[in-house]
Design a protein around this ligand. Structure first.
Ligand code: AMP
Length: 215
């Protein structure tokens, strides 16, 4: 099954994609993670993307589409995949529907969250530098301050684009360029929505219900 998780930054797409990946045993393709890796490695794509990401804007479609085209052609995507953070524009969605992708999207799951909650969630989030476990200063702190619950590491990372001034640009990019994908997929009859304001387990439960439903 090929699934898209759609929603604004901070909606919980990454968290839910990770859970779904483990339940369905199919890979999670996060274009944000791919770009951050490219930036860290200093590749050509990384050099192009770095400034754009720090400004909270979208990386050009041609760069993203070629990255996703290559990734979904890999063997581990044969039994399905979960897209997290892609598509973000109509051009990207049209690529998935075209012959270049050769993969039909079965379900698009929108995670709905209100803007105020998004700002709190994004500006407080951090991850363990060692195991990648995600936390939030306000909503999900570590049990012992400064120590990862999962692996005991004391090093944490904050995303460069999670700063308050960048978050507003990212929300605007979502509302202007990505939200138009909702009617696009609604018309195709493959759009489902979950209440992203609920706690993580409840959101997971709702998503599982949608995934299990016959197409
Ligand atoms: P994310 O981790 O999904 O929030 O993505 C972080 C940043 O990477 C975004 O703010 C964009 O600058 C860039 N990015 C990720 N995915 C895409 C995409 N599908 N199209 C354009 N830019 C993207």
């Amino acid at each position: 099954m090929n699934i898209i998780l759609l929603g604004p930054p901070g909606a919980g797409k990454g968290t839910q994609a990770q859970i779904l990946k483990e339940t369905l045993n199919i890979p999670k393709l996060s274009t944000g993670d791919m770009l951050r890796e490219a930036v860290a490695k200093g590749t050509e794509i990384g050099k192009k993307a770095d400034k754009i990401m720090k400004a909270g804007q979208l990386v050009p479609d041609d760069v993203i589409v070629s990255m996703v085209r290559a990734r979904i052609a890999e063997a581990d995507c044969r039994n399905g995949f979960i897209l997290d953070g892609f598509p973000r524009t109509l051009t990207q969605a049209q690529f998935l529907d075209g012959p270049g992708a050769a993969q039909k999207i079965d379900k698009v799951i929108e995670i709905k969250v209100n803007d105020k909650a998004l700002i709190t969630r994004i500006s407080g989030r951090f991850t363990c530098a060692k195991c990648g476990a995600g936390y939030n200063k306000e909503t999900k702190p570590t049990a012992v301050a400064g120590i990862c619950d999962n692996c005991g590491s004391t090093e944490f990372v904050f995303r460069a684009d999670d700063k308050a001034e960048t978050v507003a640009a990212r929300l605007k990019a979502y509302n202007d360029q990505t939200a138009p994908l909702l009617p696009y997929y609604r018309e195709k009859g493959i759009l489902f929505s979950v209440d992203g304001m609920a706690d993580i387990d409840e959101v997971t439960r709702q998503i599982r219900g949608i995934v299990k439903k016959a197409a």
